[in-house]
Design a protein around this ligand. Structure first.
Ligand code: PEP
Ligand code: MN
Length: 364
């Protein structure tokens, strides 16, 4: 994808608004639910109406979507409300049905984008449809190249109206998120392809309603191009993802409260860059803390072994080596040696504590 510049055009040409604001139910359930939700979403910044009609479910036996029978409902949404329908496609059959019913916007879901065979089949089914807009969700697993590969397959089939959706990543450890954001991955994607529009899907990152606003704001501060938020006329009764959907009313309130930085005003550009850099610092700090916590976990394991074998906790030779390596790194990377000395003394002190006690020290 040498010339990623051309991939931005659709966002400006289609006049879908900035930031691009997509909302709608996780799944289309009934014609009434689809139309009532769509009507509720008009009158604000929403220009695109999402609704899953083929639902990839983790386990069999759950609601797997209405299928092609919901496509005429979406045509009615466009006729009645002017909102542009947006659906997930995962197989060539989905693409054919969607095209036959005049669908112009499709996304590739996180489970599909993790599978190159499936993406390739979808890409081939899309070939020749230059007007279609395709957005590729990040794969479920945190693999930047797999995401890039999926986008490249769609691009090689001649699709120029391309975008990506950050919906977070599955991780084994327990986190407050349904799918951990791992911001460094979408940021790396943006750095590689700055002209491919990126939007945030805070609904699937959070898995619950109360963090949608914060994640969406964070993304706008990082200069994302839009948001996609799940909205249902009666969220608690939704047939899928009930906990993370919001009413159209709440949706309007969230969108209204989001601070949008105007990209064109000169003076704003500096402020916007500063904000983006600060967000980047927050992400790096979080990584530093996560690594420190992991280091302490390993340290406690070493402590347990030493205690069992009755070895002294303090091993000055070993520590000297760790210390010298850190100082070399500091010198090579233009950091003050005194600073690294201070940081490492603190890390050492804490490590000894944790080895001895197998836990964190009491608050002083
Ligand atoms: C969805 O958007 O409803 C969906 C199934 O998302 P994901 O592919 O991100 O899990
Ligand atoms: Mn969903």
């Amino acid at each position: 994808m040498e010339n990623s510049k051309k991939y931005r055009r659709w966002l400006d040409d289609m006049q879908l608004g900035h930031p691009l604001t997509i909302a709608g139910p996780c799944s289309a359930e009934t014609e009434e639910q689809v139309l009532e939700t769509a009507r509720g979403l008009t009158g604000g910044r929403v220009t695109v109406f999402r609704a899953g009609i083929w639902k990839p479910r983790t386990k069999p036996g759950n609601f797997e979507g209405i299928g092609k029978f919901a496509l005429p409902w979406l045509q009615r949404v466009r006729e009645e409300t002017g909102l542009e329908p947006f659906i997930e496609v995962a197989t060539p059959r989905h693409v054919d049905e969607a095209l036959r019913h005049g669908i112009r916007m499709m996304w590739i879901g996180a489970r599909t984008s993790a599978n190159p065979f499936a993406v390739e089949e979808v890409a081939q089914a899309l070939r020749g449809n230059k007007d279609v807009i395709v957005m590729v969700k990040n794969p479920v697993n945190p693999d930047l190249n797999l995401w890039i590969g999926a986008v490249e397959r769609i691009a090689r089939a001649g699709i120029e109206n391309l975008g990506v959706i950050h919906r977070g990543f599955s991780v084994y450890e327990k986190t407050p998120f349904r799918n951990k954001p791992k911001w460094q991955i979408p940021l790396a994607f943006k750095a590689t392809f700055p002209d491919i529009p990126m939007i945030i899907d805070p609904s699937h990152i959070c898995g619950r309603r109360d963090c949608i606003f914060d994640i969406a704001q964070m993304a706008l501060d990082l200069q994302y191009d839009g948001v996609m938020i799940e909205s249902h006329r009666d969220p608690d009764k939704a047939w899928s993802d009930a906990r993370q959907q919001v009413t159209p009313e709440t949706l309007h309130d969230i969108i209204h409260r989001l601070m949008v930085r105007k990209p064109r005003a000169e003076e704003n550009i500096h402020r916007q860059n500063l904000q983006a850099l600060r967000r980047h610092i927050d992400i790096l700090d979080e990584q530093i803390l996560e690594l420190l916590a992991k280091r302490m976990e390993v340290v406690r394991e070493i402590g347990a072994i030493k205690r069992r074998q009755n070895i002294s906790l303090l091993q000055p030779d070993r520590w000297q080596k760790v210390y010298e390596r850190a100082l070399d790194f500091a010198r090579e990377n233009g950091m003050n040696e005194e600073f690294i000395r201070t940081v490492y003394s603190a890390v050492h002190e804490e490590s000894i504590w944790q080895q001895k006690n197998g836990q964190a020290p009491p608050k002083s």
